[in-house]
Design a protein around this ligand. Structure first.
Ligand code: HDD
Length: 705
């Protein structure tokens, strides 16, 4: 009997092959272009004799291999990138003269690299960490780099502390442990002694630090930058990227399991979505503050550990970015891309944020060592689309053959390249008056480290607060030095007394000693909660597992699958073994994956179809039952049809409402059940889709089995 695939249109597209480097073909050559007839044996004296130095092909091949690696980034070593475009909604001329923010008809090409910070290049994706969100705009006026993160605040206020912070969070120097984790003594020692870290630490302990997908996280420019318009008027600006699909996260237990089941979880997700034509999209928004309001806030705009609450200054959408092309070669593009905060274009300028000022030194310096010299901007991924003309010359890996004069002023070269500026297109630095003594001192306006950490915590829903407490208990529970645990709890108490007590009780240290902070801290900004960032409510690209076995009700599977796939979800049939299963329609149906090769943590939802023999097989399969239990426990939508509801009853979820004999469709906490036989009803499918769109369901009762 032929196996009928459950319809899964996307799969074929996802399998699109790489294009060969040289579609015309042609024989193997050396780097000098000499044709090579044999690359499988080295040149030797006789068949069993020693290898000869003279074998230039062998030596060249091995030398090139020995030199394949370049130093990985000190931070943000692990990343994934993609190309796309940015288009503004309307002209922003009132605030900035940046050419790429003027005309909605002009699309500016971009390259974006997402990353984790702590782990090395080969570490897992789903660690608890900040995610980098760096965008290179190839504008008509030169490259503009917005090198941001998925948190709007940073851990330190002055860049001179960056090596201290990074040394503290990186693996410890004596044993190089842990990889890709902040749960260790040195980070928390630093945090407990450096309270300016606390606001970013609250973000790090929240679910923002374990995104479901790069496509489902916000991005922030973090610093206050400056827009400058054609008249030279400056406006303070903070940049926000908002994902169309909403902000969604993993749960910590799941994130940890993912590290083993699929260390490439986020990278694969980005790649597959783009290959499938499901192009990730973000809206760019700005918070604008007129210069005269510089001191209108109870924090300093130059302090990168502070946000401007959206309720105070709304985010104004100015354009959208779509990523629609995967790189062709990871090393050439994603690894060699070189971002630099000082890559700005006319109309965008800096402020005196001391973190930004330090970054403006660090990024160029780091590329010089990482990419082996000053000519990295000639690499295709870094090369501007705008013409480059100057007298900068030579150096390692110079690939341009310069001609003519190499100094300015000159007459022999016709005075070229001449100063720009006659037509007002050149970059001119914003004219800012600065008066002050030369000092090494933090501004008193940077001293409040607790209010906004508290603002963040108090803006969370109950489940988000609970996850923060659990994260802190996990992280501090891995700290060996008791004094560090205690000192951190004392610091947390200055954010929120109850938070500190709950953490203290989970890690075996005394309750904090002081009194709780003043209620003035109990402000809230609803825009900070993930609850307010659900996105467009679609189920596009969600991964739905359907557990099947011989005797599965094929019509139920097909009826649900077709609708879900039609809405852009990716539906896969999983069974105990690969191959096919027999359906109640008398046909064989293709299995997409064998259960032992996957896990519930790799999916967003699970469907349990019925079937007279199918359901008992699922109940007796430990892999299948673990799959369902984990999906349930991680708050994922679960749908069950006909006898498939019996799989859920076996787990005995205390008090959860399931469809029984006289019920038709019952939806409770994202568990959608329908015991009626036959094809799934439209109501079931609708409820199941609503549950999937909501992503997670937190108030579930525990299961007994
Ligand atoms: Fe940084 C990389 C983001 C502070 C020094 N940083 C790097 C990347 C991102 C950020 C996204 C990876 C870029 C890529 O994909 O290649 N960094 C931030 C943000 C910060 C920040 C949002 C605070 C607001 N960084 C920061 C400071 C310093 C650096 C204060 C140093 C004084 N960052 C670097 C670096 C890296 C880097 C060492 C490593 C590799 C690279 O630059 O290209 O120069």
């Amino acid at each position: 009997m032929d196996a009928t695939p459950f319809p899964n249109d996307r799969k074929q597209e996802q399998r699109e092959a790489f294009r060969a480097e040289d579609p015309a073909g042609g024989p193997l050559t050396t780097d000098q272009g000499v044709e090579v007839d044999h690359t499988d044996d080295s040149l030797a004296v006789g068949e069993r004799g020693p290898t000869l130095m003279e074998d230039f092909h062998f030596r060249e091949k091995i030398t090139r291999f020995d030199h394949e690696r370049i130093p990985e980034r000190v931070v943000h070593a692990r990343g994934a990138g993609a190309y796309g475009y940015f288009e503004p909604y309307e002209s922003c001329a009132e605030f900035t003269r940046a050419a790429f923010l003027q005309d909605p008809a002009v699309r500016t090409p971009v390259f974006v690299r997402f990353s984790t910070v702590q782990g090395p290049k080969g570490s897992a994706d789903t660690v608890r960490d900040v995610r980098g969100f760096a965008t290179k705009f190839y504008t008509s006026e030169g490259n503009y780099d917005l090198v941001g993160n998925n948190f709007p605040v940073f851990f330190i206020q002055d860049g001179i502390k960056f090596p201290d912070f990074v040394h503290a969070v990186k693996p410890e120097p004596h044993n190089d442990i842990p990889t890709g984790a902040s749960a260790h003594d040195s980070l928390w020692d630093f945090v407990s002694l450096q309270p300016e870290t606390l606001h970013a630490i609250m973000w790090l302990m929240s679910d923002r630090a374990i995104p479901r997908s790069y496509r489902m996280m916000q991005g922030f420019g973090v610093h206050t930058f400056r827009f400058v318009n054609a008249e030279g008027r400056g406006t303070f600006v903070k940049f926000h990227w908002k994902p169309r699909l909403g902000v969604h996260s993993l749960v910590w237990d799941e994130a940890q399991e993912c590290q083993g089941r699929d260390p490439d979880f986020n990278r694969r997700d980005l790649w597959n979505a783009i290959e499938a034509g499901e192009y990730p999209e973000w809206e760019l928004g700005v918070q604008l503050v007129p210069e005269e309001d510089e001191f209108a806030f109870d924090f300093d705009l130059l302090d990168a550990t502070k946000i401007i609450p959206e309720e105070q200054v709304p985010v104004r959408p100015i354009g959208r970015m779509v990523l629609n092309r995967n790189p062709e070669n990871f090393f050439a593009e994603t690894e060699q891309v070189a971002f630099h905060t000082a890559n700005v274009v006319p109309g965008i300028d800096f402020t005196n944020d001391p973190l930004l000022q330090a970054r403006n030194f660090s990024y160029l310096d780091t590329q010089l060592i990482r990419l082996g010299g000053p000519n990295f901007s000639e690499l295709p991924v870094n090369r501007p689309l705008a013409p480059v003309r100057n007298n900068q010359r030579d150096g390692y890996h110079q690939s341009t053959v310069h001609r003519g004069t190499n100094y300015f002023p000159n007459s022999l070269g016709g005075g070229c390249p001449a100063h720009a500026g006659v037509d007002g297109k050149a970059f001119t630095h914003y004219t800012e008056r600065i008066d002050g003594a030369k000092i090494r001192r933090r501004s008193p306006s940077f001293q409040d480290h607790y209010s906004q950490a508290a603002l963040f915590f108090h803006s969370m829903t109950d489940w988000e607060k609970q996850h923060i407490v659990q994260a802190l208990r996990f992280e501090l529970g891995k700290v060996d030095a008791r004094a560090v645990r205690t000192r951190t709890v004392e610091e947390l108490a200055k954010v929120d007394g109850e938070l500190a007590r709950q953490v203290a009780r989970g890690i075996g240290v005394p309750d904090p000693s002081g009194t709780d902070p003043e209620p003035a801290y109990k402000l809230s900004s609803p825009a900070l909660s993930q609850e307010s960032l659900r996105g467009d409510g679609s189920i596009r690209t969600r991964q739905i597992a359907v557990l099947v076995a011989d005797g599965v009700d094929a019509e139920q599977v097909t009826s649900v699958r077709e609708v879900l796939a039609g809405e852009g979800a990716i539906v896969e049939a999983l069974a105990a073994t690969d191959g096919s299963v027999s359906g109640t329609d008398g046909k064989m149906h293709t299995v997409d994956r064998a259960l032992p090769t996957v896990a519930s943590v790799l999916y967003d939802a699970v469907l349990l179809p019925g079937g007279p023999t199918g359901t008992p097989s699922i109940i007796s399969d430990p892999d299948a039952m673990r799959f369902v239990r984990d999906a349930y426990r991680h708050g994922k939508p679960v749908g069950a049809l006909g006898s498939g509801v019996g799989v859920l009853s076996t787990l005995q979820p205390e008090g959860l409402r399931l469809s029984a004999e006289f019920h038709r469709v019952v939806a409770d906490q994202g568990v959608v059940t329908d015991t009626s036989p036959g094809t799934a009803s439209a109501e079931f499918v609708r409820e199941f889709m609503t549950a999937i769109a909501a992503h997670r369901h937190w108030d579930r009762p525990p299961v007994r089995c």
